[in-house]
Design a protein around this ligand. Structure first.
Ligand code: ATP
Length: 373
C-alpha cells in the first residue's frame, strides 16, 4: 500500500465520487437513505455491512443500473445521475463474474473494446497488456472451462479493466473462491490497484476482506453510513455500540457515567467502577458503554498486582482453540460473559488456564473505547 496516501484527511482534496443526500426506495421501502459519502481518486474503498443494508444498491447507482429517488451522485464535478451506464467511466465486475464460455480469454477481454470499435491493433495491445497485468500471458487462447477458478476471476478482472475505467466497482468479487485462494487474490487485488492507481470500490460482507484490502471503508446499516474510516480507525475507535459489535468481537460494559475529569469513570449495575482514558461530552448519569476488544483483556489466575484498575473476576466456561489464538469465555458473577483472546505463543504454557478455573480479567484505561451512541 502506498505510504502517506490519505487524501481524505486533506481539507483541500476534492472527492472523485460524491454521494450527496442520496435516497433510493424500492416499492416504498428505503434501501438507501439520505446518504453522504466521498471517495477519493486512487482509493481502494470498501462498503461493508449486513445483508440488505444497501451496499449493492449504492454500487448499482454509481454504475448507473439504478437511479436515486433523491440526491446527487457526482463524478468529478459532474452529476452523473442521468448518464446511462455505458457512458460512465465506471465499470462493474459482478458477483458471478460470468465469462462468455464460447469465447477465448483474449476475446473475453477484448469484448468491450470491440463494442467500442477500437482499431484491431490497439485491441491486441490492450489485451496483451491486461493479460500481463493479471499474470495470464500465454493463456489468451484458452476457453474459460480450461482455467482454474482463480484464473477465471483474473480474466474477469482484466475484462473489467480493459476499458480503463476511472472507477472499478467490485461486487463480492472473491465470493466464489475458497479461503486460501481468496486470501491470495486479496493481495493480488491490492497490488494491482496500487499499480494502476484506479479507484476501486468493493462491496463485501466479509469484514476481514474489507479490512485487508481497503484504504478506507464505510460501515453501512439500514441504508445509512454508520461510520467511515480506515480499518484501524473503525476497529480501534468505533463510534457506536452497533459498529463496535459489527466489526470484530467486542466486550461491552454498560453503565452510567460517574465522573468525567481525567478520563471517564463508568459505574455498572453491580456498582463496580471502570476507567477509560478518554473523556466525553456526555453528562454525568448518562448511559454509556465501554468497548474492550478481546485481545486487549489480560487473563490471569490471580488479580493483577499494583494499581488494580479495571479488574473483574469470573470463571472460565468455554475455551475455543483456534491454533494461533485461544478464545476464553469468562462468566462474571453478574451472569454476563466476557471474551478474552490469548495468543498461543508457547506450546506448553506453564499452567494453562482451563475450564472452570477462577480467573481475573483486566484492561488498561487506554484499551477501553467510551461509547455514548
Ligand atoms: P447483500 O449483502 O445481501 O447483497 P446489500 O447490502 O447489498 O445486501 P441491497 O441489495 O442493496 O443490500 O438491498 C437493500 C434493500 O433493498 C434490501 O432490503 C433489499 O431487499 C431491497 N432491494 C434491493 N433490490 C431490490 C429490488 N430490485 N426490488 C425491491 N427491493 C430491492
Amino acid at each position: 500500500m502506498r505510504r502517506n496516501f490519505a487524501p481524505w484527511s486533506d481539507p483541500n482534496a476534492k472527492a472523485l465520487v460524491r454521494f450527496e443526500a442520496v435516497t433510493k426506495r424500492y416499492a416504498g421501502a428505503l434501501a438507501v437513505e439520505g446518504l453522504n459519502l466521498d471517495i477519493f481518486e486512487g482509493e481502494f474503498f470498501a462498503l461493508l455491512g449486513p445483508s440488505g443494508c444497501g451496499k449493492t444498491t449504492l454500487l448499482r447507482m454509481l454504475a448507473g443500473f439504478e437511479t436515486p429517488d433523491e440526491g446527487r451522485i457526482l463524478l468529478g464535478s459532474e452529476d452523473i445521475v442521468g448518464t446511462p451506464p455505458y457512458r460512465r467511466p465506471v465499470n462493474m465486475m459482478f458477483q458471478s463474474y460470468a465469462l462468455f464460455p464460447h469465447l477465448t480469454v483474449f476475446n473475453n477481454i477484448a469484448f468491450g473494446l470491440k463494442q467500442d470499435r477500437l482499431p484491431k491493433t490497439e485491441i491486441a495491445e490492450r489485451v496483451a497488456e491486461m493479460l500481463r497485468l493479471v499474470r495470464l500471458d500465454g493463456l489468451g487462447g484458452r476457453k474459460p472451462h480450461q482455467l482454474s477458478g482463480g484464473e477465471r476471476q483474473r480474466v474477469a478482472l482484466a475484462r473489467s479493466l480493459a476499458k480503463r475505467p476511472k472507477v472499478l466497482l467490485l461486487d463480492e468479487p472473491l465470493a466464489a473462491l475458497d479461503k486460501k485462494l481468496r486470501e491470495e487474490t486479496q493481495f493480488e487485488l491490492m497490488e494491482l490497484q496500487s499499480r494502476l492507481g484506479t479507484t476501486f470500490v468493493i462491496v463485501t460482507h466479509d469484514q476481514e476482506e474489507a479490512m485487508t484490502v481497503a484504504h478506507r471503508m464505510a460501515v453501512m446499516n439500514r441504508g445509512r453510513v454508520a461510520q467511515v474510516g480506515t480499518p484501524a480507525q473503525i476497529y480501534e475507535q468505533p463510534n457506536s455500540r452497533w459498529v463496535a459489535e459489527f466489526v470484530g468481537d467486542v466486550n461491552l460494559i454498560e453503565g452510567t457515567l460517574a465522573a468525567n475529569a481525567d478520563g471517564a469513570i463508568l459505574t455498572d449495575a453491580q456498582g463496580r467502577s471502570f476507567h477509560a482514558a478518554a473523556s466525553t461530552s456526555a453528562e454525568p448519569g448518562a448511559r454509556i458503554a465501554l468497548a474492550v476488544r478481546p485481545e486487549k483483556l489480560k487473563l490471569a489466575h490471580a488479580p493483577p498486582t499494583g494499581e488494580a484498575i479495571n479488574t473483574i473476576g469470573g470463571r472460565v466456561v468455554d475455551i475455543g482453540y483456534l491454533g494461533d489464538i485461544s478464545i476464553y469465555k469468562v462468566r462474571l458473577e453478574s451472569g454476563a460473559t466476557m471474551k478474552a483472546s490469548v495468543t498461543n505463543a508457547t506450546r506448553l504454557a506453564e499452567r494453562a488456564v482451563g475450564w472452570e478455573d477462577q480467573v481475573w480479567l483486566s484492561f488498561a484505561p487506554e484499551a477501553a473505547v467510551l461509547l455514548t451512541a
